[in-house]
Design a protein around this ligand. Structure first.
Ligand code: CMC
Length: 392
């Protein structure tokens, strides 16, 4: 009797108007504020893309310098935050740690939780962009039992992050610029992707007026799932499980079997039905990193390339328009950079924070903004009388 449109998974419902990111899934186009992702990844750096997403235009040299300075200014986290980390079990998944610690920021930065004040919103935005690498590196260090490394603010964003992850007090650490560039590019490729599940989660959480730190924590929780940000971890685990090229047909057969829940992780996308433009750049980056590190015969890369070749020529995958997505190649690259699989989704969250923040700000500034409140089609029991437990 209801007149609501039933749209499970929101495949045909626009939840908002947005001028941040444009995707044409059929043509494999991804634009941020009108600029193609290929050009941003090739010529830009991550903080420039952050500025673009937040303010709508590429910065001038002076604006860029000022923005970089303002971000750097916020890279430290309150010293008490370290106790949050040490409160977790050592074997805790770093995403669990991130969900907790990012949410906890709300309790530390009371001066940037008034969402009606544009200045406070911008301070909160810069804080999160600046502190995510610090928190992500702390999650990693705690995970492997090494001391936390403080940010070093004369380094660029990606180099600083790599240093916080891989430096140890007993040795000099020199950032490899090729690897830092690759890290930066991975951040750019993950910076925003319009109304995906985690971004929609951030908007929905924010629509109630919740503070930005809490909203981003909600986004991190959503991103964790294997169908979303957890796919990079799942993709690498799958390649490891396949183990050798000759076992690929077995896994292809499983992916096609309707009675088997197995899916080829890193394949398919809700929106891209031609190819994922990010995957192409990611593939190139993977080769650059492996080349720089002198990794010639990575068995996982061999499996990935062969799997991609077979899947792209297989009728099932062609018919269902299943192509490798960004997560297919990011896992191989992150592994080569030295990250364990458990950190992959954390890195995705780090990079996506700016997208979440930009979308959250856009929502708050939207005059049509109301609390998000989906309706439902009720299919449960009709009204009935309560029966006391003694009579049931
Ligand atoms: N392997 C095998 N079959 C698949 C796959 C796959 N990876 N993906 C979709 N299919 C099949 C699916 O079984 C279904 O077949 P049928 O029509 O016969 O029932 C058809 O293709 C459509 O699938 P769907 O689940 O209805 O598509 P969706 O748009 O709801 O899901 C997806 C998109 C990305 C969740 C899905 O393709 C998937 O689970 N892929 C693997 C996980 C993954 O790589 N996720 C990362 C996405 S990109 C980064 C991000 O967003 O975080």
């Amino acid at each position: 009797t209801s007149t609501f449109t039933y749209d499970p998974g929101f495949t045909s419902t626009a939840s908002c108007e947005s001028s941040i990111t444009f995707i044409d899934g059929d043509e494999g186009v991804l634009l941020h504020r009108g600029y193609p992702i290929e050009q941003l990844a090739e010529h830009g750096d991550f903080l420039e893309v952050c500025y673009l997403l937040l303010y709508g235009e590429l910065p001038t040299a002076a604006q860029k310098k000022d923005f970089d300075y303002r971000v750097v200014h916020h890279t430290m986290v309150h010293e008490q935050m370290s106790r949050f980390f040490t409160g977790f079990r050592r074997d805790a998944h770093p995403m669990a740690v991130m969900c907790g610690c990012v949410g906890a920021l709300s309790a530390f930065y009371h001066d940037s939780t008034d969402i009606t004040d544009p200045h406070q919103r911008m301070v909160a935005s810069l804080r999160m962009i600046a502190k995510m690498p610090t928190l992500a590196a702390m999650a990693y260090k705690y995970h492997i039992g090494q001391p936390f490394v403080y940010p070093k603010n004369d380094l660029d964003y990606a180099s600083n992050f790599l240093r916080m992850c891989f430096a140890v007090p007993c040795e000099e650490y020199v950032v490899n610029p090729v690897l830092a560039r690759a890290m930066d590019r991975i951040f750019i490729l993950h910076a925003d992707h319009e109304q995906n599940a985690s971004t929609s989660t951030v908007r929905l959480a924010g629509s109630s007026g919740a503070n930005p730190f809490a909203c981003i924590a909600a986004g991190i929780a959503c991103l964790w799932g294997p169908a979303h940000g957890g796919a990079n971890e799942a993709a690498l685990n799958m390649l490891t499980e396949i183990g050798t090229v000759d076992r690929i047909p077995e896994y292809i057969a499983r992916a096609k079997d309707k009675n088997d829940p197995f899916r080829l992780m890193g394949f398919g996308h809700r929106v891209y039905k031609n190819y994922d433009p990010r995957a192409k750049i990611m593939q190139k980056t993977a080769h650059e990193v492996l080349g720089e590190l002198g990794i010639k015969d990575d068995p996982l890369l061999d499996i990935a390339i062969e799997l991609e070749r077979i899947a792209l020529t297989d009728d099932y995958f062609i018919e269902k328009k299943l192509y490798p997505n960004v997560d297919f190649y990011s896992g191989i690259t992150l592994k080569a950079l030295g990250f364990p699989t458990t950190m992959f989704t954390v890195l995705f969250a780090l990079a996506r924070t700016v997208g979440w923040i930009a979308q959250w700000n856009e929502m708050i500034e939207d005059p049509d903004q109301r609390i998000g409140r989906p309706r439902q089609l009720y299919i449960g029991a009709g009204q009935r009388e309560y029966v006391p437990v003694s009579k049931r």
